[in-house]
Design a binder for this molecule. Structure first.
Ligand code: PHE
Length: 339
């Protein structure tokens, strides 16, 4: 028994390992349940009582030494492995997940760029507005349904302070501040007290356009909109103007574009009509010019307003408007990637 312990002591002292696996193999061979050293503890039971004290001491020393040696070798090899990992330039890199632009931003920027090519500048106004800028200066009569609680969010129940229901309020801000010629677009967020569904949201985005100068005609409006439609939806796009009504334009129209999916033949997206409604527009009502102290005998103008979500839904075939506001990366990562 003493000899066995001696031999094993020599052996333990000469242990070397150049891999973590080798360290583990040594541990199993000597210190596991059936390991060589562990087995000596079984044999120890047969040692005569006089010798037990001495042999037991040596056996414990052997076990401690072996355990320490294993720990030492393991630490050494872990360091080596770590260093090797760090310097391994052939390992695949860690890819950084880069964000991309939100689809609404992509569409908004496209709209801005198209009108910038026609000389339209960009202007901005507040989202919390007063009644004058959202309704009164735009020729809404006092009892107009758009002023109703059903449509408009009021701040602190004050009938004079509202969340703007359309970006037409920026028309008024701009006409207050600048004299004609005015040629500007106003992208921004608008708010309506509507039930949220796949097709409607209480928050959405519009881009408004305003052109006021001498001799601006309906033909100018139409030509501007044709240019926009072809740039936005492709050179084969046709437009159609249908008579409509807005308090602040006269005459007013709604514009449809030919369905870019079926080319006007009729499909599910255009509900078989071949046309998609895109925006409202018209000649600025002289009463609106006068409310903003612009001489309506000298100047005329046109205005238009479109929904950004609507255009994004058509372009990317998004069936549910709520997706734009949930910010689920699985949705967002399908659009433009790195900036
Ligand atoms: N403000 C209108 C709307 O929100 C759109 C519009 C803008 C119509 C400008 C005519 C002129 O529906």
């Amino acid at each position: 028994m003493i000899d066995k312990i001696k031999n094993l002591l020599d052996e333990v002292q000469s242990w070397q390992a150049s891999k973590l696996e080798e360290v583990e193999a040594l541990r199993i061979e000597f210190l596991s349940k059936k390991g060589k050293i562990t087995q000596l503890f079984d044999e120890f039971k047969q040692v005569s009582p006089e010798l037990k004290r001495e042999v037991g001491k040596q056996l414990n020393q052997l076990k401690d030494l072996a355990q320490n040696r294993i720990n030492e070798l393991r630490a050494q090899n872990e360091q080596i492995a770590e260093a090797a990992n760090k310097d391994d330039v052939s390992k695949p890199g860690v890819s950084l997940d880069l964000g991309g632009r939100h689809p609404l931003s992509i569409v908004k920027n496209d709209i801005i760029n198209i009108f910038a090519r026609l000389g339209f500048t960009v202007a901005d106004g507040p989202e919390v507005e007063d009644d004058w800028h959202v309704f009164t200066a735009l020729n809404f009569p006092p009892e107009h349904p758009a002023r109703d609680m059903q449509d408009t969010f009021f701040i602190n129940n004050n009938p004079d302070i509202v969340l703007r229901t359309h970006t037409s309020s920026v028309q008024v801000r701009v006409m207050e501040k600048y004299r004609p010629p005015i040629r500007s677009i106003f992208p921004g967020r608008v708010f309506r007290n509507e039930a949220i569904s796949a097709r409607a949201h209480c928050i959405f985005h519009q881009v408004e356009g305003l052109y006021v100068a001498e001799n601006v005609s309906f033909a100018d409006l139409k030509q501007t909109l044709i240019y926009f439609a072809k740039e936005m939806f492709g050179p084969d796009t046709q437009i159609r103007l249908r008579p409509s009504y807005f308090p602040f334009t006269e005459p007013s129209a709604e514009m449809d574009v030919s369905c870019s999916l079926c080319g006007g033949k009729g499909c599910g997206v255009c509900k078989g009509t071949g046309w998609l409604e895109i925006l409202g527009c018209g000649m600025v009502d002289p009463a609106v010019l006068e409310a903003n102290k612009i001489d309506s005998k000298k100047y005329s103008g046109f205005a238009f307003g479109m929904g950004v979500e609507r255009i994004a839904m058509l372009r990317y075939q998004v069936k549910d408007i709520r997706l734009f506001f949930e910010n689920d990366v699985r949705f967002l990562s399908q659009f433009e990637r790195a900036l």
